[in-house]
Design a protein around this ligand. Sequence first.
Ligand code: NAD
Length: 260
Amino acid sequence: MPISIEGKRILVTGGARGIGGESSRYFAREGAHVVTFDVKDDEGQQLADEATSEGPGTVSYRHVDVSNLNEIATGVDFAIEQLGGLDAVFNVAGITRSAPAEATPVEDWNDQFAINVRGLAYVCEATFPHLKDNGGSIVNFASDAALMDVPIHSSSFSASKGAVISYTRTIGREWAPYAIRANVVNPVVMTPIVEEVRSKMAPEERERYEREIDASVPLGGRLGDITLDLAPVLMFLASDASRFITSQILGVNGGLAYSR
Ligand SMILES: NC(=O)c1ccc[n+]([C@@H]2O[C@H](COP(=O)([O-])OP(=O)(O)OC[C@H]3O[C@@H](n4cnc5c(N)ncnc54)[C@H](O)[C@@H]3O)[C@@H](O)[C@H]2O)c1
């Protein structure tokens, strides 16, 4: 089966920039129609306009804060109206907080679980009625930090991404009778959030961290590139070519970690 997403109707959360933004641009280039949700309205609208003018697919932006359940519900209504249905959902929106495990502010727990976990789950729940008759693909973004220790203070972030994995495997089983597949992607690519986390480090800490990360990526010894290394894999997951794959964790990580 050829790998194609031409005409596919795709929802992407966190679609203003980084993985969600550049992947939406890639999907539109491959002929898909995309609705993006984000809270960075200027960036989201600009990327959507650029992608649509490049074509042949389209990207439409909508302000949706995924920690707000009402905004998700009205955002999904908008997406269905805009796209005329739904074939794939990419839950990319996420935040990263970093603090020593013995001193993690309660806001870190609350914010990361509200966005990374509850928001993601509610997008799945709100889109389920639109996927259940014809099947479809849900792709939830977790992190290798859920599977292994990483050299940053990330206990609450790692825990939120661990929850993404267990949630996704559960819906993978529960919604398989509807031909809805649900998979996790653990990416390791260069994006604005990675740069932000690094910019908060002291220079020596940053240098040591970057050396460790680069050395731990077997393929190429570097973080991946969204468009070259990740987006084609996401296109495969949105396409019918991946129709027999569900409940899996796919590390698009140059071999940094493996999962089962
Ligand atoms: N970049 C990596 O190597 C890497 C590694 C592990 C996990 N991830 C995960 O991949 C996903 C994307 O990461 P990225 O590097 O592109 O990050 P990014 O910060 O560049 O992009 C995340 C997007 O999510 C949006 N967002 C944040 N909170 C939101 C909310 N409440 N509602 C709607 N949108 C919201 C942001 O505005 C941003 O546009 C995240 O879930 C992240 O945890 C990335």
